[in-house]
Write a protein that binds this ligand. Structure first.
Ligand code: IPE
Ligand code: IPE
Ligand code: MG
Ligand code: MG
Ligand code: MG
Length: 316
């Protein structure tokens, strides 16, 4: 496990640095006017939720997927990894989704990544707008950074299409999550199919896109991209099951967010439907299936399999 930890920490450090550089670039150029006038608070709020914190699982998945497609067993510097534009863009969307997820009108959380949630630190309107900006800005970053990395316009436009589809799915999944927790979906409709659809949308879509778009940017063909999407969708489902298990079994100190929330908020989870042990078993089964998925391509690497294992063995 130490090796996995070290490897993930190396990727995380380089992603943290690249995100800081990206936000510096944005505030020094595009948003310089705003920065010097009214909206300093908005940009502060955005930085607060993006910088340093988080496991960076989605961008790591993008980077190691591209390395697999490019046939590199070494960790590529981010400036040489063609998936860097989507890696950064997808993490920004994820950070925005967490700001919204924590709002009082959604999960109403006051702790995220070991510190106050965005609306607690700033205010609701600022948090809402920072989350909004983190949905719009990343598409632009994908396109402009992608061009700087020399990716052709056909691949870039396909990537942008897939990216916006994934963002829309995540939003729909979150809507389904809220409809369920507020009893707008009830009775027989609260079944495994609804649950799987919700989890695939709210969590699977961004993970799927992280891998699929990375493969696309690295030059993979359609079949290969689809397989990576299937692989990462399974990872995403297992990831959300692990999140739900941790909510029920871990502590606030370890997770850096409040625990035992799902039951109290009437969330539909695999833990609720099947219990902790069965949920764990299902997640483990999904990871086996995910690995089988990429083994068909001959592109499976130790790092991809290691990340797949980490998704369910993680303690936070
Ligand atoms: C939390 O995601 C929300 C889910 C989709 C389960 P992560 O567990 O990836 O959160 P960070 O980015 O590491 O904080
Ligand atoms: C959030 O799921 C999924 C998103 C798309 C943000 P959760 O509501 O379970 O995430 P946590 O537990 O608050 O991190
Ligand atoms: Mg939620
Ligand atoms: Mg939540
Ligand atoms: Mg959760």
């Amino acid at each position: 496990m130490l090796e996995t930890k070290t490897l993930l920490a190396e990727y995380k450090n380089s992603i943290d640095q690249a995100l800081r550089d990206l936000l510096d670039k944005l505030t020094e150029s595009d948003y310089a006017d705003l920065q010097s006038r009214a909206s300093l608070r908005l940009l502060d709020a955005l930085r607060y939720s993006v910088e340093d914190a988080g496991k960076r699982i989605r961008p790591i998945l993008s980077l190691i997927t591209a390395e697999a497609v490019l046939g590199s067993s070494q960790r590529l510097d981010l400036k040489d990894n063609l998936a860097t534009p989507i890696a950064l863009a997808i993490e920004l969307v994820h950070c925005g989704s967490l700001i919204h997820d924590d709002l009082p009108c959604m999960d109403n959380d006051d702790l995220r990544r070991g510190k106050a949630t965005n609306h607690r630190k700033f205010d609701e309107a600022t948090a809402l707008l920072a989350g909004d900006l983190l949905l719009a800005l990343p598409v632009r970053i994908l396109l402009s950074e992608g061009r700087d990395y020399g990716i052709d316009s056909w691949r870039l436009s396909r990537a942008a299409l897939k990216f916006t589809e994934a963002i829309s799915s995540m939003i729909c999944g979150q809507a389904l999550d809220m409809d369920i927790s507020l009893n707008r979906i009830q009775g027989e409709d609260l079944n495994i199919d609804t649950l799987t659809l919700m989890q695939r949308c709210k969590t699977g879509a961004l993970l799927g896109a992280a891998a699929e778009i990375a493969a696309l940017l690295a030059g993979a063909d359609e079949d290969c991209c689809r397989i990576f999407n299937n692989f990462a969708h399974k990872l995403g489902l297992a990831f959300q099951i692990a999140d739900d298990v941790l909510d029920a079994t871990s502590s606030t100190e370890v997770l850096g967010k409040n625990t035992q929330k799902d039951l109290g908020q009437n969330k539909l989870t695999f833990v609720k439907l099947y219990g902790i042990e069965s949920a764990r078993a299902l997640a483990a089964e999904l990871i086996i299936e995910a690995k089988q998925e990429i083994r068909q391509t001959s592109l499976s690497t130790d790092k991809l399999e290691m990340l797949a294992d980490y998704v369910i063995s993680r303690s936070y």
